[in-house]
Design a binder for this molecule. Structure first.
Ligand SMILES: Cc1ncc(COP(=O)(O)O)c(C=O)c1O
Length: 388
């Protein structure tokens, strides 16, 4: 299997301390082997042979997806390009997408790489910047993919608790491993929906060890409408800023995302598959993403729709005396205190409402995604049945 990575990539990995044995594992990180699904658990987009209860539920607020499909201009652009699908690139659709990113983010053309979602660049960042001698520093709780990839590859992992306000504790993260290869910041954080101030990220970038990278995962940024770290990528810092269209843009099944970073960093990340993942993107996904990214008014309207549904729900939960952690994004954490989150998920399932899971650090806390106003009204009604 290891012949599937390029010779240059193999030499790079061996020189950084990976063993020949771990090369096979690295191949699985890039989705080229079945072991990845078995190892990383069941991602939202793969059933892994286990029946997924979500598609049968009337209300699906468990996987942080958007409650509705792509923005109207995106849908129109995707539909229009299908007729030209005989060409690999009828025009320069990849280039058009990058130009849309430049326009919105203010980063140069060569600082942008499209990718099919952000799971691949996330795992790939661990391969690129971590090794058996340079570990990963992540938060607890946070999105686990980076940590699981590092464990799978045998790179040391430090998971640092969030601060009392649920932001990343950047000083403790640096202290946890002052020589890490990668520091992973998810803002807004999944599962808490909380922001880490941009000044804290700047501090980490300024104080981290030489040769390491800060990965800023901004999957939920449009739901919060907060400043992005993209200017640090444009300024050539050791930063990779990662975006996905799976959230506010309603394109989880269409697989689109991008990273913003210095060109030499992008080249390093691409070397393992010769640029294949970034270079060969489906035309409807590219066209949809390009038309969606610049639709600022529609993005703001969707954010407002989420905020209204979230506000209504949090009000209801407050009235019911439940404890909810603060949030800035399309998810919130309910602490049931006396009941296991697992049991509450099953109770909601009996009402045809699929809520999210818990994280090991907080076994009585469930993550709930904010859906449409109708979804959240149904959630509140189900809550009143299962929480008496
Ligand atoms: C924080 C975060 N990053 C990355 C991803 C990966 O999403 P995708 O591969 O669909 O872009 C997710 C998915 O839920 C996420 O929550």
């Amino acid at each position: 299997m290891t012949q599937m990575i390029t010779e240059d990539a193999r030499d790079d990995l061996l020189s950084r301390g990976y063993s020949r044995r771990s090369l096979g594992r690295i191949v699985t990180v890039f989705g080229l082997g079945a072991a990845a699904a078995a190892t990383f658990g069941r991602p939202a987009w793969a059933s892994g042979g286990i029946p997924d209860p979500a598609p049968n539920a009337k209300v699906r607020i468990g996987a942080n997806e958007c409650w509705t499909g792509p923005l109207a201009p995106g849908q129109a652009a995707a539909a229009a390009i299908i007729a030209s699908g005989n060409r690999y690139a009828p025009h320069d659709e990849r280039g058009d997408f990058i130009k849309a990113v430049m326009q919105v983010e203010g980063v140069p053309y060569d600082h942008v790489a499209p990718w099919p979602g952000s799971s691949d660049p996330l795992s790939r960042s661990v391969v690129t910047f971590c090794s058996p001698t340079r570990g990963l520093v992540t938060a607890n709780p946070t999105f686990e993919l980076a940590g699981r990839t590092a464990e799978w590859l045998g790179a040391p992992v430090k998971a640092v608790p969030l601060k009392a306000d649920y932001s990343h504790d950047v000083k403790a993260m640096l202290a946890a491993d002052p020589n890490a290869g990668l520091y992973y910041i998810c803002t807004p954080n999944n599962p808490t929906g909380t922001i880490t101030p941009i000044a804290d990220i700047e501090w980490l970038v300024a104080n981290k060890p030489a040769g390491s990278m800060v990965l800023v995962d901004e999957a939920y940024t449009h739901f919060a409408g907060v400043p992005t770290a993209s200017y640090m990528a444009a300024a050539g810092k050791d930063v990779v800023v990662m975006r996905t269209f799976s959230k506010i843009f309603g394109m989880a099944g269409m697989r689109m995302g991008y990273v913003m970073a210095r060109p030499d960093i992008i080249t390093r990340m691409m070397r393992y598959d010769g640029g294949m993942q970034s270079g060969a993107l489906p035309l409807p996904s590219l066209a949809c993403a390009t038309a969606s990214l610049t639709a600022a008014d529609l993005i703001a309207a969707r954010r407002k729709e989420m905020q209204d549904a979230r506000g209504m729900t949090l009000e209801h939960l407050k009235k019911r005396g439940l404890t909810v952690h603060p949030t800035d994004a399309n998810m919130f954490m309910i602490d049931w205190k006396t009941k296991a989150a697992k049991d509450m998920q099953i109770a909601f399932r009996s009402q045809s409402v699929e809520i999210g899971r818990s994280w090991p650090i907080w076994p009585t806390v469930s993550r709930v995604t904010v859906g449409s106003m109708d979804d959240m009204t149904a959630f509140c009604a189900a809550l009143d049945k299962v929480w008496v």
